[in-house]
Design a protein around this ligand. Structure first.
Ligand code: GAP
Length: 507
């Protein structure tokens, strides 16, 4: 990974057609982004791989797709109307608004995770903190609800008020009973969803990291409350290593520590097998797509940092250029949500347990919940490589995993005379894979353009092709080249992209 700041990444993403500020021709809108031609492909590939890995390749997880606006009672039951809040601090003079904890972190350089309104007020007074923009005085901190409000129907009134969902999770809880019955699910099982979420963040920042409209990939995983420590898959991950940063380590100002899941459980740093299992699975998903394992850690929330619904929460964090940041929150929500919906809807959301012949309200011990846009940033930072000292290749190379690369193959005729043959090869590949055809400029320039977009394999058609019916295939990451028969090309490309063979294995 190259040393690149988040602002430089935003510039790169715009220049190369990955991400733009939304409504840019009108000056943009803070916290909203549009994905360009390569960004939309990368984002779709991330979501598709997540779905395959978490839903299609498992027997115990099914999917659903809920609506963005739902009955607003949902958000009363979930607690979001009452307490989905951040602390707002406003400048008396220039009226700039700051998120209280970010203001404290930026000015005092201390962690402000979980600080309450009164703590922030006290720190502002004690340290005589002024507006970072105009040095004006700051107003008393206020609670600010992050949900976007809207009205449903033609009349705007209190009874038509609804919300854009701030998380996809509640749609899963709402539909829990229907999905469980329709898919004939037996505990333990998970329900997954990918979709948009909206939060009226006080100060969106760090490009895609904190936006007002974003996407989530979430699973609510339901288990029998008597079996929270009986994960039948735990042996699959016992030897998996991960950097652990417990609440105690944080309080003692220690560093995170690499541990196996076995040690993590044995030392009782985490309470349940299920929670440990899902943390390992989520780490493995990123590793399976080529991200360096050591760039992640799991951090336990401090007691006063936990959300209103959580019994224990661990974040999967990534070491971004702007620090270790939450990539994925994984809360033990226990039976909080189902119980709340039972209470507010007066519907029976329990399930019948054949073993004990009793009705039970399952617990969500692990809720793997992550932002697509944050994952997008991880893959981009992990892939972005530049070696200015390499005279032969001083340009940016985006080493995205072939499964994620927006375009998988580039086809180049060496000279214009070879275009007919090159187009024939291009059209053949296009039937199965996203491919680009580039005939302009020197071959080196074409490789550079392909590298910057993360195209993993480039095919060159040369004069020998006409005789030997073979082409040269170049590997983006090593620049190694091999000669391959056109008849075998599609099968080789597909195996390379699906990690079934390595480039060096091509005979
Ligand atoms: N259902 C649980 C839940 O929503 P969360 O920790 O508030 O938990 C889950 O959000 C994930 O959603 C985060 O870890 C992050 O990846 C993503 N996310 C949350 N707020 C975001 C924002 N403002 N911009 C981008 N991604 C965000």
């Amino acid at each position: 990974m190259a040393d690149i700041t988040i602002d430089e990444m935003a510039v790169f993403c715009k220049k190369k057609g990955f991400v733009y500020a939304s409504g840019e021709i009108y000056g943009g809108l803070s916290g909203f982004f549009d994905y360009g031609p390569y960004g939309v492909e990368l984002k779709n590939n991330i979501k598709a791989d997540w779905w395959k890995f978490h839903v299609q390749q498992r027997d115990d997880v099914v999917g659903m797709d809920g609506s963005i606006i739902t009955n607003p009672k949902t958000w009363v039951a979930s607690g979001h109307v009452a307490s989905f809040e951040d602390i707002l601090v406003e400048c008396v003079k220039c009226k700039t608004r700051f998120r209280g904890d970010h203001l404290i972190e930026d000015t005092l350089k201390i962690s402000a995770e979980g600080l309450k309104k009164d703590d922030i007020s006290k720190l502002i007074k004690q340290n005589n903190i002024k507006c970072p923009k105009c040095k004006g005085d700051l107003e008393e901190p206020k609670q600010f609800n992050l949900m976007f409000e809207t009205n449903v129907g033609p009349v705007k009134s209190d009874s038509s008020k609804a919300y854009l969902r701030p998380e996809t999770a509640q749609l899963i809880f709402n539909n829990f009973k229907l999905v469980q019955e329709n898919a004939r699910l037996k505990l333990p099982f998970g329900i997954a969803q990918i979709g948009k979420a909206f939060r009226n963040e006080i100060s969106p920042r760090d490009f895609l990291f904190r936006c007002r409209e974003f996407e989530q990939m979430e699973i609510e995983y339901f288990v029998d409350p008597k079996k929270t420590n009986e994960c039948p898959y735990i042996d699959e991950v016992m030897s998996h290593k991960i950097n652990v940063y417990s609440a105690e380590m944080q309080q003692k100002k220690q560093k995170h520590k690499e541990m196996t899941i076995k040690e993590f459980l044995k030392e009782k740093i985490i309470k349940t097998q299920w929670h440990a299992y899902w943390l390992a699975v989520e780490h493995r998903w990123f590793i399976s797509l080529g991200v360096a394992a050591e760039k992640f850690r799991i951090r336990q929330h401090l007691p006063d940092e936990k959300s209103h619904y959580a019994a224990d929460t661990w974040d999967l964090e990534y070491e971004f250029p702007f620090g270790w940041k939450e990539l994925q929150g994984m809360a033990n929500r226990s039976d909080f949500d189902l119980k709340q919906h039972i209470l507010h809807s007066k519907k029976d959301l329990s399930i019948f347990d054949e073993e004990t012949k009793t009705k039970i309200v399952p617990h969500v011990i692990a809720e793997p919940s992550q932002g697509v846009d944050r994952a997008f940033l991880v893959f981009m930072f992990n892939a972005y490589t530049q070696d200015p000292k390499n005279k032969d290749r001083d340009w940016i190379v985006l080493k995205l995993h072939p499964k994620l690369a927006p375009i998988k193959v580039g086809v180049f005729p060496l000279v214009n005379k070879l275009e007919d043959k090159a187009e024939e090869v291009y059209k053949q590949i296009r039937k199965d894979l996203p491919v680009t055809y580039d005939r302009s400029g020197a071959i080196g320039r074409r490789y550079a353009r392909a590298d910057e977009l993360g195209i993993p394999y480039c095919i060159t058609i040369d004069f020998d092709t006409l005789n030997d019916k073979a082409v040269t295939i170049r590997d983006r990451d090593t620049t190694e080249q091999k000669r391959v028969k056109i008849a075998e090309l599609k099968s080789i490309l597909s195996k390379l992209i699906n990690s079934e063979i390595k480039f060096k294995d091509i005979k």
